[in-house]
Write a protein that binds this ligand. Structure first.
Ligand SMILES: [Ca+2]
Ligand SMILES: [Ca+2]
Length: 434
């Protein structure tokens, strides 16, 4: 009887220990799931570095992979500034992965930055844990170096707005001279735990036959973003129609422009004439789809303070250039700065100070060229504009994802295609309007 009780006791003890052992990994798993859920709830995607930490000697090269945890988002473009501690690290090179096409890769070891813009020009979705590329650093001197993302815009197919990005994860790298081997105190005896040396039975790995499927080359269907070559400047001039009579009938004839009424000069106002506004992207000899469009003009004094609210007006296409005439109100004599902004163009300042000597002076402003590509009109050129453009590409122009249809047609030929993408990509080096 006593034996039976003892044997039952043993069974319960074993069961208890087994349950306890099961509970530990389960708790860890649940806790991990909760953490992941919380992280997902806060941000759409997250950047990380591999390895996140390391110890290196001085004058040593080492690689850091830049990862983007994208989950189910199909990442269409990434625009980041990678920052690193310039006194401890030199960025020797950055090798992007073939997943994306690199638009911009500017390394500055003086400021400790890499500005990187990559886009997916293929129709193949990019999701999950994405390797953006590998940074090869060289250590310069002893200390603690940090690597992190300081600016980022990430866009995904089907998402109108840029994604929210978690950039809290950084890479921390300790640079020191190799430590001498005297760190283990000689007095310590390691004899008190001999039982831990049990070696697990050898696990024989059965070699599984890996069947490599025949390589499937995705057929280049024209449903998505076009594969275009960025390095080649499109020869836009070759597509100029020789006769204007072939243009669709819904475009007003350029001869009718002469009939557009010019605003009457106001004798109590300064009057600005802009006779030579060039709109970048519209090819010479081409008649833009929009013959007229609204303009906004900022008037600033010589201390860059705004003088009144921005003026509004209209620019008109006329004989290969754009012109505008504005009454801007009476101004005190002095030097002024004028800046013009149009939809999809960066704000541009007319060069220098413009002197006004009488309140109703007539001023002819010099020629300027406005830079196209600001699809979302925030006065910056970045991948958010690229995303807006691609969302209106060809037949997508009539879909729900296209929110800035007119702005996406950068060369004003009535369609958003690879010519518009090329214009934007060329202009992406100019990041900010004036
Ligand atoms: Ca923009
Ligand atoms: Ca176009």
């Amino acid at each position: 009887m006593q034996n039976l009780i003892n044997s039952r006791k043993n069974i319960f003890t074993v069961l208890g220990i087994a349950l306890l052992l099961l509970a530990i990994p389960l708790t860890v798993w649940i806790s991990k799931q909760q953490q992941e859920t919380r992280s997902r709830a806060t941000f759409d995607v997250a950047f990380s570095f591999n390895p996140p930490t390391a110890t290196k000697a001085v004058d040593e090269n080492f690689d850091v992979q830049i990862m983007l945890q994208a989950g189910t988002f199909d990442i269409s473009a990434v625009d980041i500034t990678l920052s690193f501690t310039p006194q401890y690290l030199e960025l020797v090179s950055f090798t992007p992965t073939a997943t994306y096409t690199v638009i911009r890769k500017d390394i500055s070891n003086a400021s400790g930055t890499l500005v990187l813009t990559v886009v997916n020009l293929t129709a193949t979705p990019v999701t999950g844990d994405i390797l953006l590329g590998t940074a090869t650093f060289k250590t310069k001197s002893t200390g603690s170096a940090q690597v992190g993302i300081t600016n980022s815009i990430v866009t995904a197919s089907g998402a109108t707005n840029a994604l929210s990005v978690d950039v809290t994860q950084t890479g921390s790298y300790f640079i020191g001279t190799p430590s001498p081997t005297n760190t283990i105190p000689p007095t310590e005896t390691i004899t008190n735990t001999p039982t831990v040396t049990e070696i697990p039975p050898t696990i024989t790995l059965t070699p599984t036959a890996i069947t490599i499927p025949p390589t499937e080359i995705p057929s280049p269907t024209a449903t998505g973003v076009p594969g275009i070559t960025i390095t080649e400047t499109p020869t836009i001039t070759s597509t100029i129609p020789t006769t204007i009579t072939n243009t669709p009938t819904n475009t007003p004839s350029p001869t009718s422009l002469a009939l557009i009424a010019t605003p009457t000069p106001d004798p109590n106002s300064a009057q600005l004439t802009m006779n030579n506004l060039k709109l970048n992207g519209i090819s010479n000899g081409k008649i833009p789809k929009k013959l007229q469009q609204s303009l906004t003009l900022d008037v600033l004094d010589n201390q860059s303070n705004a003088v009144g609210a921005p003026r509004t007006g209209t620019i008109t296409f006329n004989s290969g250039t754009h012109t505008a005439f504005l009454n801007i109100g009476a101004l005190n004599p002095g030097n002024y700065i004028f800046k013009i902004k149009l939809d999809k163009y960066l704000r541009k300042q007319f060069p220098g100070f413009i002197e006004i000597t009488s309140s109703n002076q007539q001023v002819s402003l010099p020629e300027i060229t406005l830079i196209a590509g600001d699809v979302n009109n925030d006065n910056q050129l970045n991948i958010a504009d690229y995303h807006g453009l691609v969302s209106c590409f060809l037949e997508k122009a009539n879909g729900a994802s296209c929110v800035n249809k007119d702005n996406a047609d950068l060369n004003e030929d009535g369609v958003t295609d690879e010519f518009d993408i090329n214009i934007l990509i060329r202009n992406l080096a100019i990041r900010q309007g004036e």
